[in-house]
Design a binder for this molecule. Structure first.
Ligand SMILES: Nc1nc2c(c(=O)[nH]1)N[C@H]1C(S)=C(S)[C@@H](COP(=O)(O)O)O[C@H]1N2
Ligand SMILES: [Mo]
Length: 327
C-alpha cells in the first residue's frame, strides 16, 4: 500500500534456508580445510575486516559471540501456574534465531552483531501519569522485584514459535510500586537509542527508538511479565538485555526488548510496527489463527529448532488468563 520500506528479513521462515545451511555445514567446512577446531582458525585469522563478517562469525566466532559466561541468577523458583505443553526450545537455538531490528533484519545474524552493545550499566526511567516516577539503575530495580521463572510460549507474527524459561517479575508488581493516577489508560514502552552499537537504527525512515504499548488492563494482567533472564541466567543481549517484556498472548513484536523507559499515558501510544505498516501490525495484535496477516495465514506455526508444526491457538493458548479482557 505505501512505499514504506518493508524490511527485507520480514518474511516467512523459508528465508532461513541459505544462512542455516551455511551454519550447519560448519563442521564439514572445517574438516575440508583440515583445521582441527574453531579456536585455531580464529587465532590465525582474527583481524581483517572480512573476518568480522557475519558469515565468518557463523563459521568460527560462535563461542566468543554467544558468550556462555552469562551471570547465573540466584535461586530461581519456577512458577507452576504456566503450563506450556510442548517441548522446550533448546537454548542454543533460541540464542541464534532472533528478531532485533536495531541490529539486523536477518534473524540468523543478530547474535553475530551485538558485540558493541553494552546493556550494563543501564538507566531505567518510569514517567508520565504516576504518583511515584522513578529513575534508577536497572539492577537496582530488579533487586526490589519478586523474580521468578515462568516457561512461556512465544509466537512471532511471522509464524515461528518457541518455548523458553524466562526469569522476571510481573509488570503488575512494578505498576503497584509507581502508582499510576486515575487518568492513565495506557502504558508506553521505549527501547534504547544507540546508532553506533545498533546499525539498524541508522535507517532513518524507521521510527526509532522501537516502542510498544499496552492498555492499562493488559499491563495489569498476571501474564504480562518483565523479563530479566532466560535459561537460569541473566538475559543475553540478543534476547533484549537487560530488561524486556513478555506478553505471550500477543504476537512477538509486542514483547519489546532492551527497555529504557516506561511511560503512563492517557491515550493509545504510537508503536514501531504500527507506525511503519499499520494495516499489517495493529496495536492490539492478539494471536488469532482466524485472522490472516495480509500476506500469509496464521493458522499454523513452526517451532524453531525442531521444525514441528502446530495449529495456532487463539491468544496463543492463554485464553484462560486474558480472554476476559476482550469480551
Ligand atoms: N527493541 C526490539 N524489541 C523487539 C524486536 C525488535 O526488533 N526490537 N523484535 C520483536 C519480535 S518481532 C520478536 S518475535 C521478539 C523476538 O524475541 P527473541 O529474539 O528473544 O526470540 O522480540 C520482539 N522485541
Ligand atoms: Mo516477531
Amino acid at each position: 500500500m505505501s512505499n514504506v520500506i518493508l524490511p527485507p528479513g520480514w518474511k516467512i521462515p523459508e528465508s532461513r534456508a541459505t544462512p542455516e545451511a551455511v551454519f550447519q555445514n560448519r563442521r564439514e567446512f572445517l574438516k575440508m580445510m583440515g583445521i582441527a577446531g574453531a579456536g585455531v582458525a580464529g587465532a590465525l585469522y582474527a583481524g581483517p575486516a572480512w573476518a568480522q563478517s557475519s558469515l565468518w562469525q557463523r563459521l568460527f566466532g560462535e563461542d566468543k559471540v554467544l558468550n556462555k559466561n552469562f551471570k547465573t541468577l540466584p535461586s530461581l523458583t519456577r512458577n507452576p501456574d504456566f503450563t506450556y505443553r510442548r517441548a522446550m526450545t533448546k537454548e542454543d537455538v533460541a540464542l541464534k534465531y532472533n528478531n532485533f531490528y536495531e541490529f539486523t533484519s536477518t534473524k540468523e545474524g543478530v547474535w553475530t552483531m551485538i558485540d558493541k552493545f553494552k546493556p550494563r550499566p543501564w538507566k531505567f526511567k518510569i514517567s508520565g501519569l504516576v504518583e511515584n516516577p522513578m529513575e534508577l539503575d536497572v539492577d537496582e530495580l530488579i533487586e526490589q522485584m519478586p523474580v521468578e521463572e515462568r516457561v512461556y510460549r512465544h509466537r512471532c507474527v511471522e509464524t515461528w514459535a518457541m518455548v523458553v524459561p524466562w526469569a522476571g517479575f510481573p509488570l503488575k508488581a512494578l505498576i503497584d510500586k509507581v502508582r499510576p493516577t486515575s487518568k492513565a489508560t495506557h502504558v508506553r514502552f521505549i527501547s534504547f537509542s544507540d546508532s553506533v552499537a545498533a546499525p539498524g537504527q541508522r535507517k532513518t525512515r524507521q521510527p526509532w527508538p522501537y516502542t510498544e504499548g499496552l492498555t492499562m488492563d493488559e499491563a495489569l494482567n498476571e501474564l504480562a511479565f518483565m523479563v530479566t533472564g532466560v535459561y537460569g541466567h541473566q538475559l543475553p543481549k540478543q534476547h533484549g538485555a537487560p530488561l524486556r517484556l513478555a506478553v505471550p498472548w500477543k504476537y512477538g513484536y509486542k514483547s519489546i526488548k532492551s527497555i529504557v523507559g516506561i511511560e503512563f499515558t492517557n491515550r493509545q501510544p504510537e508503536t514501531f510496527w504500527n507506525t511503519l505498516i499499520p494495516h499489517e501490525y495493529p496495536f492490539e495484535s492478539n494471536v488469532d489463527p482466524e485472522v490472516r496477516h495480509p500476506r500469509w495465514s496464521q493458522r499454523r506455526e513452526k517451532m524453531i529448532g525442531t521444525g514441528e508444526i502446530f495449529a495456532t491457538q487463539k491468544f496463543n493458548g492463554y485464553g484462560d488468563w486474558v480472554a476476559d479482557l476482550y469480551s
